[in-house]
Design a protein around this ligand. Structure first.
Ligand code: FDA
Length: 308
């Protein structure tokens, strides 16, 4: 089921037709406050009012023209301006982008220029610019992009995937840069030659990498976000870190909007800085199918929306 859904996520025709289907539109609302930026800001107000941090991602990936990448960059510029004007007392919304949405494949230099400008604007306005991690075809280019951005800008972060065997080396490679790392399990279908395939192995690697990055975070040499809904795993990383004298406040928890929000609140109350990543935009089909792949029960929920 997981592989099928992840294969479907890559299918161009399905990507185009799914967003037009009313049952899918109803089902996706569970994970998105809405397609419009106003919907995302309304959700941000609610989340920040209750003491949660917020990240925004405008859905889309693999743009095929430079004009599209430019439009995406301009959109994020306008997000920053609107966020500044909104001036929520709890602070600024952070931005998280997929590098292929800014042209990583089409034109890596143009992608770097867009990221450079957005990272500069984020740092100037006191917020953060994050790179999501996509399929393994893009891992090396994304890590390299991060290295170039981190050399120039103070507030840039990268997602690293615990299911990839290379990630332990990537963590060591990035630690000298005093990085911000959002550690996630990984959402794509990767072969066993390059990725751990069992949940036990992925969780074990997540825990080991989480502890290594937490040690750097405890020394003030990294920002660590545990990007998972797996609160037991978060607590296992945290218990080891705390036994080593690292404060809980050095371990952030990032979860996706609409998933296990009660757990996010519980962790916030337990002293972890807690963030919700809010996705919006109309290009949600591939992203939504990855969410379905993560949990079979979500497929049942989606199919139930077919009923009158
Ligand atoms: P796991 O799958 O073990 O689930 C833990 C618990 O959460 C279970 O109870 C499960 O039922 C529940 N849960 C998990 N997913 C759910 C869902 N979709 N619906 C309902 N319940 C669910 N991936 C990537 O490859 N690149 C990236 O850049 C990112 N970015 C990112 C940011 C943030 C903030 C998060 C939270 C996640 C990502 N991901 C990601 C996705 C990540 O790789 C992974 O696929 C999902 O988080 C699902 O795995 P969990 O870590 O939540 O654990």
């Amino acid at each position: 089921m997981r592989s099928l859904l992840l294969w479907m996520a890559k299918d161009q025709r399905l990507r185009e037709t799914l967003p037009r289907m009313p049952f899918a539109q109803r089902a996706v609302r569970r994970f998105m406050p809405g397609e419009r930026l106003e919907d995302a800001f309304a959700a941000a107000d609610r989340l920040q009012d209750e003491g949660l941090g917020v990240l925004f991602t405008h859905l889309g990936e693999n743009v095929t023209s430079l004009a599209e990448a430019e439009a995406v960059a301009a959109h994020y510029g306008s997000v920053m301006e609107q966020d500044r004007a909104r001036a929520h007392p709890r602070g600024r919304v952070e931005i998280s982008i997929k590098p292929t949405q800014l042209g990583l494949v089409r034109d890596p230099d143009a992608c770097l220029a867009h990221c450079d400008e957005l990272a500069r604007r984020c740092a100037a306005s006191g917020t953060w610019f994050w790179l999501d991690m996509e399929g393994s075809d893009h891992t090396e280019a994304t890590v390299r992009l991060y290295e170039r951005l981190a050399a120039e800008h103070a507030r840039v972060g990268i997602a690293l995937q615990a299911y990839l065997r290379r990630t332990a080396a990537d963590v060591q490679r990035l630690l000298p840069l005093r990085p911000a790392i959002r550690l996630v399990k990984g959402a794509y279908d990767e072969p066993g030659t390059i990725a751990y395939r069992s949940k036990t192995a992925v969780d074990a690697n997540f825990q080991a990498l989480g502890v290594v990055i937490a040690q750097a975070a405890g020394r003030g040499e990294a920002r660590l976000a545990l990007g998972t809904h797996d609160s037991e795993l978060i607590e296992r990383v945290s218990a080891i870190a705390e036994a080593g004298g690292i404060e809980r406040s050095a371990l952030e928890v990032h979860m996706l909007y609409g998933i296990r929000t009660d757990e996010l609140r519980r962790l916030r109350d337990a002293g972890y800085p807690a963030f919700s990543l809010v996705a919006y935009g109309d290009a949600w089909s591939a992203w939504y199918m990855r969410r379905l792949a993560e949990r079979p029960a979500n497929v049942v929920f989606a199919l139930r929306q077919l009923l009158p």
